[in-house]
Structure formats: C-alpha cells, structure tokens
Design a protein around this ligand. Structure first.
Ligand SMILES: [Zn+2]
Length: 244
C-alpha cells in the first residue's frame, strides 16, 4: 500500500517536471493565406500558444487577410512574428546579397503588421537563429554562402529582431498538402525528444506553413489531431517569447 501510494505521489510530482522538460513551439509561416483561419479556430478551441510568422505582402493583400491579422492579434496566446515583407520573392540568394535591402524589407513588414521591437522574426528561406543567448547558422547552406550572408543576419538582429529557425518541419508538397500523417509526425517528435539534439535542450520548434491547413487538406482536423496527440503525451506548448 505504501509503495503504491509512493508511486502515485512520484507520478504526481514528476509529471509537471517532465512536461516542462519537453516543450513544443508551434510555428506557422507565410500567412495570412488560405489555412490561416482554420489555424486560428483550432488554436482558440485548444487554447495553446503558437507563433504565426507573417508576410507583410500577404497581410495587406486584401480585406480578408487584414482581418485575419487583426483576429490573430486579438488572441492572447498567439504571437505575430515577422517573416519579411516580400518573402524575398522566393529568390533568396539575390535577396541576401543586399544587406540594407533585407533590413528595409523586414522593417516594412513591421509597419504593415504593426509590430514594435523587439520583434520575433523568421527570415524567409533561412533556418537561422540570432538570439541574445545564442546564434546558429543555416546548416543547409555551404560555409561560403553562410559567410556571405552573415552580415545580413547580424544587421537584421541589430535592427531590433530576434531571429528563430526551427528544429523539425511538418513538410508539405508544392500544393501545400502535408506529407507526414499526424501519427507519423507525432512518432517523429517522440523520437526527436528521445534521441535528438535540439538547438536548445528540451525545446522543439516545429515549422509548419499556413497553406497546409486549408479545407482541401482537411487542415482543421489534422491540426486538432496533432495538438490532441501532443497533449495526450504531456508535451508542454511554449510561447516563443519564453524560448530564449
Ligand atoms: Zn516562408
């Protein structure tokens, strides 16, 4: 009886610590787009924190998108991050060849999105971290390219931005359709927490894209299923402001 009670107590005491040691940061890039409204619906229903790294050009494209930005801003658990104004027009090497242009583009998105420093941001096309406590370059770039772009990252960071890359991605096809099933993604996340090395220990930044969550891909149900599965496994959900 005593043993049994101790085991129960141990579980009660250990569970919160376990959860605190395994935090998932949900991040959604490139919105507002088709899919953003579904994301906000699910976040509201599930009451978990998340970060939407938005593109200024998309935010000002039409009234629907402007309303999505306002809705996201009104949600206490949602952080709006800066993902540039132009998304580099998807020509990253050209974009990062012009340091002052990069900074101007990021600052223009601040204006459109109504963000004030220090701004949480993710550079388009680059898995780069520049935070007060740490700095990490994009491993997919060669050393030479990373070296050429380093002044861009430093200048952006010095202009009032905290830059976040990611640890893992829920990948999508060109159409935006998610590649991994929810079950597969959750098993990847379990595996990473068991064996992986994160940028920061015990903290997994999950990269997703708004377009994955449109109705055509059953986005609402898939995101809800992911969050439910992570809750069931006692992962904690982190707001990006608490990451560094
Ligand atoms: Zn992007």
């Amino acid at each position: 009886m005593l043993l049994r009670l101790s085991a129960t107590l141990w579980l009660l005491v250990a569970s919160p610590a376990l959860a605190a040691d395994r935090t998932v940061y949900l991040t959604f890039d490139d919105g507002p787009l088709a899919g953003t409204a579904n994301i906000l619906d699910v976040l509201q229903a599930e009451q978990v924190p998340a970060t939407l790294f938005m593109v200024g050009m998309h935010a000002e494209a039409n009234a629907v998108n402007r309303a999505l930005v306002q809705r996201a801003k009104s949600m206490p658990l949602v952080t709006i991050g800066n993902h540039s104004y132009s998304h580099a027009y998807n020509h990253y090497r050209h974009f990062y060849g012009d340091t002052e242009g990069v900074v101007a583009d990021m600052l223009r998105a601040n204006t459109v999105l109504g963000l004030k420093p220090a701004v949480h941001a993710r550079l388009p096309g680059r898995d780069v971290f520049r935070l007060p406590s740490m700095s990490k370059d994009d491993n997919s770039l060669g050393l030479a390219q990373a070296g050429r772009e380093d002044p861009d990252y430093e200048f952006v960071a010095a202009s009032g931005f905290w830059l976040y890359g990611w640890d893992h991605e829920w990948v999508h096809e060109d159409s935006g359709k998610p590649v991994q099933s929810v079950d597969h993604l959750v098993s990847e996340i379990d595996h990473l927490f068991g064996y992986g090395h994160f940028v920061k220990p015990g903290k997994l930044i999950l990269l997703m894209h708004d377009e994955m969550f449109q109705d055509a891909f059953d986005g609402k149900a898939k995101l809800a299923a992911l969050i439910a599965a992570l809750k069931l496994r006692h992962y904690a959900f982190g707001a990006i402001a608490g990451y560094d």
